[in-house]
Design a protein around this ligand. Structure first.
Ligand SMILES: NC(=O)c1ccc[n+]([C@@H]2O[C@H](COP(=O)([O-])OP(=O)(O)OC[C@H]3O[C@@H](n4cnc5c(N)ncnc54)[C@H](O)[C@@H]3O)[C@@H](O)[C@H]2O)c1
Length: 333
C-alpha cells in the first residue's frame, strides 16, 4: 500500500514517522506548499519523494491512500479531490469545517467504496482504551456526567476558535465512550483579540437520559490542565493526562439520595472507598491509529475512529459555534 501525505507542518512529521514504520505500507510522496518544510525529509527519509503540489499525489495512480494533515478549512477540498481520484482517505481531526462538508465526503466515500477515516488519536491511547472497557463493562455503572478541562497558555490560532482547536479530542472521547447521541448544546465563549476568534470557551452537551457533558477549553490559562472526569453511579474515573504514569484513577466513590418524607428534604448518603490505578498500555497511540487505517484499507475492517464519529464531532462543534454567537442559546442537534 503506497500512501501520500498532504501537509508537513507540525503534525505531518509524526504521521510520516509512524506510517514509515510499517512493512506493508510505503510513504511514496509528501506534499507541502512550503518547500522549506520538505527539506528535512530528504535528509531522514531519502526514499520519500516530495512536492509542493498535492495534485501530484492525487494524479499518481500507484498511490492508494492519502493522509491529510493541513489546517481544517482545507480538509474538505483535499479529501474531495483524493476520493474522486479513487484514493482511501485519512483526515486529521476535526474532519471538516462543517457538518455538510463531512456528509458530502461520506456520501462520496460510500459511493466509491473507499475508506474515509479521521485521526482522533486519543481513541488509540491506552488510557482511553481502558476507560472504554470500564464504561462498557458497567464497572462504573450508569454514567451521570463527563467533564473535561483542556486549558493552557496555548497558541492563538488564526482560523479556528479554541473549541475547534482543542475540543475535538474530548468530544471524540465522549462519543467513543457513550453510545447515546446528544440532543442539544449550549456554549459561551469570548475573544480577547480583535479578530473575534474565541480564545476561551465553555460548552455543555445535553442528553435525553439525563447525562450531561461539559468542556472547558482555553488558550489563556497560566497552567496546563488536561483532565477528564467520568462520573458513574457506582464509581468515578479521573483521567489526568499530565501524569506521566498514573494517568487513570478509579474512585469507588458515590452517593445515594433518599427523600425524608416528613421533613420534605433530600438525604444524601456518601460513600468514599478505595482508589484503584489500572495498568494501561503506554505505546504510541498514533502508531495504533495508522495501523487501524492500514487494516481498514487492506483488510476491509471498520476503523475505531470512523467517519460517523468524525461527523458527530463536527456537528457538536458546529452547534457550539451557533450557540456562542447567540450568547449561549440552546441549539438542538
Ligand atoms: N491528532 C492530533 O493529535 C493532532 C495534533 C496536532 C494537529 N492535528 C491536526 O493536524 C492538522 C494540521 O495541523 P498542524 O498543526 O500540523 O498545522 P500546520 O499549520 O503546522 O501545518 C499544516 C501544513 O500544511 C501545509 N498545507 C496547507 N494546505 C496545503 C495544501 N493544499 N497543499 C499542500 N500543503 C498544504 C502548510 O504549508 C503547512 O506546512 C490540523 O487538522 C490539526 O487539527 C492533529
Amino acid at each position: 500500500m503506497k500512501i501520500g501525505i498532504v501537509g508537513f507542518g507540525y503534525w505531518g512529521p509524526n504521521l510520516l514517522r509512524n506510517f514509515s514504520a510499517f512493512d506493508n505500507c510505503k510513504v511514496e510522496v509528501v506534499a507541502d506548499y512550503r518547500p522549506e518544510r520538505l527539506n528535512s525529509i530528504k535528509k531522514n527519509y531519502s526514499f520519500v519523494k516530495t512536492t509542493t503540489n498535492a495534485d501530484d499525489i492525487f494524479n499518481d495512480a500507484t498511490i492508494s491512500a492519502v493522509v491529510i494533515a493541513t489546517p481544517v478549512f482545507s480538509h474538505y477540498e483535499l479529501a474531495y479531490k483524493a476520493l474522486v481520484s479513487n484514493k482511501h482517505v485519512l483526515i486529521e481531526k476535526p474532519m471538516t469545517a462543517s457538518g455538510a462538508e463531512a456528509e458530502k465526503l461520506i456520501e462520496i466515500a460510500n459511493a466509491k467504496n473507499k475508506v474515509l477515516m479521521v485521526d482522533h488519536t486519543f481513541l488509540y491511547t491506552g488510557a482511553i482504551q481502558k476507560m472504554k472497557q470500564l464504561v462498557s463493562n458497567g464497572d462504573i455503572g450508569k454514567v451521570n456526567y463527563f467533564d473535561s478541562t483542556r486549558i493552557n497558555l496555548g497558541l492563538f490560532q488564526q482560523d479556528v476558535n479554541v473549541l475547534w482547536d482543542l475540543a475535538p479530542h474530548d468530544i471524540s472521547i465522549l462519543a467513543h465512550l457513550i453510545p447515546e447521541k446528544p440532543y442539544s448544546i449550549n456554549a459561551t465563549g469570548i475573544s480577547h483579540t480583535n479578530n473575534g476568534i474565541e480564545n476561551i470557551a465553555y460548552m455543555t452537551v445535553n442528553f435525553e437520559s439525563g447525562m450531561i457533558a461539559h468542556f472547558n477549553c482555553s488558550w489563556a490559562s497560566p497552567v496546563k490542565i488536561r483532565m477528564t472526569l467520568v462520573g458513574g453511579d457506582k464509581k468515578m474515573i479521573v483521567f489526568n493526562d499530565m501524569e506521566p504514569t498514573e494517568k487513570l484513577k478509579v474512585y469507588d466513590t458515590g452517593y445515594m439520595v433518599k427523600t425524608d418524607e416528613e421533613k420534605h428534604r433530600i438525604l444524601v448518603d456518601y460513600r468514599v472507598g478505595d482508589i484503584y490505578i489500572p495498568k494501561i498500555q503506554n505505546n504510541e497511540a498514533l502508531s495504533y491509529m495508522a495501523s487501524d487505517f492500514i487494516c481498514a484499507v487492506t483488510k476491509n475492517t471498520k476503523p475505531v475512529s470512523d467517519f460517523n464519529l468524525g461527523l458527530e464531532v463536527v456537528k457538536i462543534l458546529e452547534g457550539a459555534q451557533q450557540s456562542i454567537k447567540q450568547k449561549g442559546k440552546e441549539i438542538l442537534l
